[in-house]
Design a protein around this ligand. Structure first.
Ligand code: ABU
Length: 431
């Protein structure tokens, strides 16, 4: 039982569950504890300022400009193109992308609303993040008008399915305007084929967003960056340094290729904040580019980390996480008590697998086996939480019953932590 200020809360709280900073925490895409980032976060709170105007955050605003420009150059955009802003999480960055795409094609929506528009449709893969559908709900487009494109067995969007969905939608009188491609899906860690998707978007005149919230960090790695080939052709990109780059939560950017559109789409010129006759260049008052008014300083910890580690530092910590994923994959391949969800080396740091207790191991494929297997991961996770030595997530996906998803984003994790995880699952799950 947990007591807070004398109030007894009726929830079970384990005293020992490893926190997200622990090297044996494999439960979330954001994990780890970066000491430099932590120092940045402390200093940020000490400053206790707001990112809406240059007059109250002059240095942080300049840092944000520098880092956004760096991120855009890694995407492959020239100095002449691109703009961006840090947002409170990847879902908000994705929401911005839909808002900007709709404004790009239908600027009248800002004044006249959705009633002035045809029936819009958006496309995204069946493995994509739920925030794309949530954005459609928020913006009045409707989740029913988000067309889910089929993926291959590895979780990648199938380009031919995308094109046929676009053609079918048009034939039904819908107006597709936006395609989301994912670079690093949440569960499988799959990278959609960005160049093929870009070709289709160009052919049909559609906005291409790349949700690289999870996979964007791989741009820092010479060994892995080719997985994002084609990202430079995107109209907008979401990239969360608080995931693969280990920046303390939260730190997420929406980057958009068309300069000026963030300001045009979002600005409402509140006279008490964004006075045009200030004594400095008011283009540094970036607050009117956003959906928010008050905005937390998310950039300083990231800037400090980049200064301290350099790009090479980020590169080596990202490579280490992906090496750990390969190590786990190789281990799983060699064990009869585990089964991989798909048989190909991890592209990102996600590794998906089932634990097979004896009672399931020898059953033939079919309903009985699936029903039994479905309850294994939640049962093990429950015991794991009680014991509190490690933590990993699980979910069903498509036809696959509950399976474990292990993700590595903490560079402090060692191979012995991976060994521990497997032994712990096998120990808790044995029947
Ligand atoms: N925004 C996706 C985070 C999901 C996860 O950490 O598992």
């Amino acid at each position: 039982m947990l007591r807070l200020w004398g109030v007894r809360l009726n929830i079970l709280v384990s005293e020992h569950v490893p926190p997200p900073g622990h090297p044996r925490f494999f439960n979330q895409l954001s994990s780890g504890l970066d000491i430099i980032g932590l120092a940045g976060e402390w200093l940020t709170s000490t400053a206790n300022t707001n990112m809406f105007t240059y007059e109250v955050s002059p240095v942080f605003i300049l840092m944000e400009e520098v880092l956004l420009r760096k991120m855009m150059s890694m995407i492959g955009w020239s100095e002449e193109e691109g703009d961006g802003i840090f947002c409170p999480g990847g879902s908000m960055s994705n929401l911005n992308s839909v808002l900007l795409a709709r404004y790009h094609f239908f600027p009248e929506v800002k004044k006249n609303g959705m009633a002035a528009l045809p029936k819009l449709a958006m496309l995204t893969s069946s493995h994509s993040h739920y925030s794309i559908q949530k954005s459609a709900a928020i913006l009045g487009i409707g989740t029913g008008n988000v067309l889910l494109v089929k993926c291959d067995e590895r979780g990648k969007m199938i380009p031919a399915e995308l094109e046929s969905s676009i053609i079918t939608a048009k034939a039904k009188g819908l107006v597709p305007f936006y395609v989301n491609a994912t670079a690093g899906t949440t569960v499988y860690g799959a990278f959609d084929p960005l160049n093929d998707i870009a070709d289709i978007c160009e052919r049909h005149g559609l906005w291409m967003h790349v949700d690289a919230a999870w996979g964007g960090g791989l741009l820092m790695s010479k060994r892995h960056c080719a997985k994002l080939n084609g990202i430079d052709r995107a109209s907008s990109v979401t990239w969360n340094p608080h995931k693969m780059m280990g920046v303390p939560l939260q730190c997420s950017a929406i980057l958009v290729r068309r300069k000026g559109i963030l300001q045009e789409c979002n600005q409402l010129r509140a006279a008490y904040l964004f006075q045009p006759d200030k004594h400095y260049d008011v283009s540094y008052d970036t607050g009117d580019k956003t959906l928010q008014c008050g905005r937390h300083v998310d950039v300083f910890k990231f800037w400090l980390m980049w200064k301290a580690k350099g790009s090479e530092g980020f590169e080596s910590q990202i490579n280490r996480c992906l090496d750990n994923a390969e190590y786990l994959y190789d281990k799983l391949e060699g064990r009869a008590d585990f089964q991989l969800v798909f048989k190909s080396k991890p592209e990102h740091s996600n590794v998906c697998f089932w634990y097979l207790p004896h009672s399931v191991r020898n059953l033939p494929a079919g309903l009985e086996r699936n029903n039994k297997l479905h309850v294994v991961a939640p049962k093990i996770k429950g015991k794991m939480m009680e014991k509190g030595q490690t933590m990993i997530g699980y979910q069903p996906l498509g036809d696959n019953v509950n399976f474990f998803r292990c993700v590595f984003s903490n560079p402090a994790t060692q191979r012995e932590d991976v060994d521990f995880l497997l032994d712990e699952i096998a120990h808790l799950g044995s029947d």
